[in-house]
Design a protein around this ligand. Sequence first.
Ligand SMILES: [Zn+2]
Length: 73
Amino acid sequence: MSVDANYDEDDEKGDASLEGSARRFGDFDCPECSANNPYDDKFGDGDEIRCYYCGAEFLVKVTDAGRLKLRLM
Ligand SMILES: [Zn+2]
């Protein structure tokens, strides 16, 4: 079981490549408990976010292709 929970948002639809790493997200699915977490303040590369359900904290990484990756802190 890997502690390094990189997460690919593969089912994100549409214009993933338009904004690249500057893309910001309004919600995420927790890699630890699979809960969907809506965020009022959008988050992007370098931000720290927390799952409201299980309390896990993640460092946000957005790839050049505009894909969301979450690293467990
Ligand atoms: Zn969670």
